[in-house]
Design a protein around this ligand. Structure first.
Ligand code: IPE
Ligand code: IPE
Ligand code: MG
Length: 261
């Protein structure tokens, strides 16, 4: 996704097409867009008497298996929470280690992701990230821009409230510039300013590690998502467990506020 600037509604933003279609799941089978809160790396490492960063490295290695499983399982969009706007509260050692891990991950995985048809996008505020990391993110987005097999979105320095605040700022700028009439603002308008503007809404949100909270992830987009909270710590999350959760999703009755006749 191109870096958003104050010119807000970019020419490639969909007016009504792609965005939001994920909630419909017309085939009535598996989820088209799955979002994952990859939690429990720290506990996984602590249980082994190792530093937390050891768990983050193990967690990063898990991502490949889950991304590779997506095409077979019918998942077109996978969005993963890698670092939240609140994660800066951790020790300087952990934050620096994570930032270095993100750089290493991008450098190490880029070619494989491109060759496997994965289109990578990043969401979150890039302003606080270091220039080297942002350059790698831009490069990976560019080099996978022609892919369409799986759409992998990595949330990095992402917070749902921060995203809505940034979106509102750009929306307000458009009003101030006379490009948007406040009378036309409705619930279709704001999502066009969100970082996820080209993505459908998630159908299923999974969180590992036993915590049953969403920790500021995709607040607007998950209004009608189904949720699965599993006890498995992220570094132990397997393709088999992923497949089982997707299967369970198929049995759910999604009514979107209506009544099934
Ligand atoms: C999730 O694992 C990864 C990030 C938040 C970066 P944690 O680091 O939160 O692991 P726990 O929750 O402390 O076990
Ligand atoms: C959420 O996990 C963020 C990521 C997985 C990147 P946290 O571990 O940061 O969330 P809390 O602190 O338990 O709510
Ligand atoms: Mg955690």
């Amino acid at each position: 996704m191109a870096r958003r600037t104050s010119d807000s509604l970019s020419p490639d933003a969909p007016s009504s097409g792609e965005a939001g279609v994920g909630v419909l799941d017309p085939a009535g089978q598996g989820p088209r867009h799955v979002a994952i809160i990859m939690d429990g790396n720290g506990r996984w490492a602590t249980m082994r008497g190792r530093p937390r960063l050891f768990g983050h490295h193990a967690g990063a290695r898990r991502v490949r298996e889950i991304v590779e499983a997506c095409p077979d399982l019918g998942v077109k969009y996978l969005t993963i929470f890698a670092f939240s706007t609140e994660n800066w509260r951790r020790t300087q050692v952990e934050v620096a280690g994570l930032m270095s891990l993100f750089r290493r991950y991008i450098t190490g995985e880029a070619r494989q992701l491109r060759d496997e048809g994965v289109r990578v996008r990043f969401i979150g505020d890039r302003v606080r990230l270091d220039d080297k990391l942002v350059a790698l993110m831009d490069e990976l987005e560019l080099m996978t821009a022609g892919n369409d097999r799986v759409h992998l979105t990595i949330a990095l320095n992402y917070g749902g409230r921060d995203e809505v605040a940034r979106a509102t700022k750009r929306l307000a700028q458009d009003v101030a510039l006379g490009r948007l009439d406040p009378a036309d603002v409705d619930e279709e308008t704001l999502p066009k300013y969100l970082d996820t503007y080209v993505l459908p809404d998630p159908d299923l949100v999974i969180r590992t590690s036993g915590e049953a909270r969403i920790s500021n992830f995709l607040l607007w987009q998950s209004a009608y998502a189904e949720y699965e909270f599993v006890d498995t710590l992220w570094p132990d999350f397997s393709r088999a467990e992923f497949a089982k959760l997707l299967h369970g999703y198929g049995a759910r009755d999604r009514r979107f506020g209506g009544v099934k006749l």
